[in-house]
Write a protein that binds this ligand. Structure first.
Ligand SMILES: [Cu+2]
Length: 157
């Protein structure tokens, strides 16, 4: 009888953790930049909101469309843009972080097929607490985008 109670308690705790984190993470405007068919990697972007009362820590991502999904940040290094792998990216409580060209982004490594503008790519975000959140990313050319996306292109002059 005691054992039964303990197992139920663990189950309840696990469910609570997953539900709490999933309700805190909200993905806005997810998109992947279209690249030539042989491109070794594709950038993926979004605004990640944390509606939770605790920091949200992104530790990785997965997609069936790529061999691996890495967390990157582009930094300026002596006038050259360089991508730096990030082991984790934290979004503060009740905060948000914009993943955009020239800054934080997801990188789809070794895409398994060419992705054309208009297609959708499913990427699952993985968080430090063990929860995960799936999102559908739209493939876009990154050119001729609406005004609110236009500012993202400044990094590529
Ligand atoms: Cu990158």
């Amino acid at each position: 009888m005691m054992r039964m109670v303990r197992v139920l308690g663990l189950l309840a705790a696990g469910l609570y953790t997953a539900a709490a984190a999933a309700s805190g993470a909200v993905v806005e405007n997810p998109w992947v930049r279209e690249a030539p068919p042989m491109a070794p990697a594709l950038g993926a972007f979004m605004v990640l909101h944390n509606h939770g009362a605790a920091p949200l820590v992104l530790v990785g991502a997965e997609s069936a469309a790529a061999a691996e999904v890495q967390l990157h940040r582009t930094v300026m290094d002596g006038g050259m843009a360089r991508m730096v792998h990030q082991p984790s990216i934290e979004i503060p409580a009740h905060g948000k972080l914009e993943f955009k060209p020239g800054d934080y982004h997801l990188m789809l490594m070794q895409p398994k097929r060419a992705l054309k503008a208009g297609e959708k790519v499913d990427i699952t975000l993985k968080f430090k607490d063990g929860s995960s959140v799936p999102a559908s990313f739209e493939v876009r050319t990154g050119m001729g985008m609406p005004m609110d996306d236009g500012k993202m292109m400044h990094h590529h002059h």
